[in-house]
Design a protein around this ligand. Structure first.
Ligand SMILES: *[C@@H]1O[C@H](CO)[C@@H](O)[C@H](O)[C@H]1NC(C)=O
Ligand SMILES: *[C@@H]1O[C@H](CO)[C@@H](O)[C@H](O)[C@H]1NC(C)=O
Ligand SMILES: *[C@@H]1O[C@H](CO)[C@@H](O)[C@H](O)[C@H]1NC(C)=O
Length: 251
């Protein structure tokens, strides 16, 4: 009994302090404990963007189950799946219950997803609610950035972004169904210089927020372009590489 009390007291402070970035040894141990990781990006085939996939009105777990069954039949073990701050903001409890349901479907098919929190690509002005119809022949015509540039450039909205990150990563921080967290897809893809300046302030905070809830899974952020191939890379790439538990690369 005493030892139980002591271990409780000992463990409790661990939940209060933010964990450090993983060491290279921790990253290696994590990688070696994984099954073969192979997969693709995934969005439900009836959704034009992340909001349509995760909003209640268009949420379609039956289709997700069918499609992840196809991925499983090809031997795939992961999917990169994009979440969205506005789907969370609109209905935090419902959003998290849909992410939980998604993880249950993934686990049924032996798929551990890499969940993506923010994305700087495509349409800069996301709006919750009914989404525009996709335009035929235009790649990713309905895809939306998260956060949109209005929230990126308005620091009064950053606290709600912090709540999104800490609540979502925190809720699933000990969940073995999650492979990892891709905190920001290609952060400087398509931003102008004003937007990059805001990003340089925000991105390190996003890593801090995610680490503050002590995720057992690795944090990463995939760079845009190939500047990392030429030595240390530009400022945004450096922020990504310096803060990631495991490195991910895009091209
Ligand atoms: C979510 O959608 C389901 C099925 O369409 C519906 O039954 C439920 O009432 C909706 N929930 C909310 C909170 O809108
Ligand atoms: C970048 O875009 C923002 C709108 O998001 C605009 O306010 C700003 O003036 C633009 N900056 C440059 C350098 O083009
Ligand atoms: C990234 O880390 C390297 C090595 O410690 C350091 O020289 C560089 O200034 C850091 N870059 C940023 C943007 O923090």
């Amino acid at each position: 009994m005493l030892s139980l009390i002591f271990s409780f007291l000992f463990l409790f402070p661990c939940a209060v302090y933010s964990r450090d970035r993983w060491t290279e040894a921790q990253a290696t141990t994590w990688f070696q404990s994984q099954t073969y990781i192979m997969g693709s990006q995934y969005i439900t085939s009836d959704a034009g963007n992340q909001l349509e996939m995760f909003q209640n009105d268009t949420w379609n777990p039956t289709l997700i189950d069918q499609e992840l069954g196809l991925a499983e039949s090809l031997g795939m073990t992961t999917m990169r799946i994009f979440l969205h701050d506005l789907a969370y903001l609109q209905d935090p409890t419902g959003f998290k219950s849909r992410v939980d349901a998604l993880l249950t479907i993934c686990a049924k098919h032996g798929i551990k997803p890499l969940l993506t929190i923010f994305d700087s690509c495509w349409n800069a002005y996301p709006k919750a609610g009914k989404q525009p119809e996709p335009r035929t022949g235009v790649m990713l015509s309905a895809w939306v950035q998260s956060p949109g540039v209005i929230a990126l450039l308005d620091q009064t909205q950053w606290p709600r972004l912090q709540t999104y990150v800490t609540d979502v990563v925190g809720t699933f921080a000990n969940d073995a169904r999650v492979l990892g967290w891709d905190l920001w897809n290609e952060p400087d893809n398509s931003y102008n210089s004003t937007q990059v300046a805001a990003l340089v302030q925000l991105l390190p905070q996003v890593f801090d927020w995610a680490r503050s809830v002590n995720p057992t899974q690795p944090l990463t952020s995939g760079p845009f372009g190939t500047d990392y191939l030429n030595g240390i890379g530009g400022q945004v790439t450096q922020i990504q590489m310096n803060n990631s538990d495991v490195l991910s690369f895009h091209k």
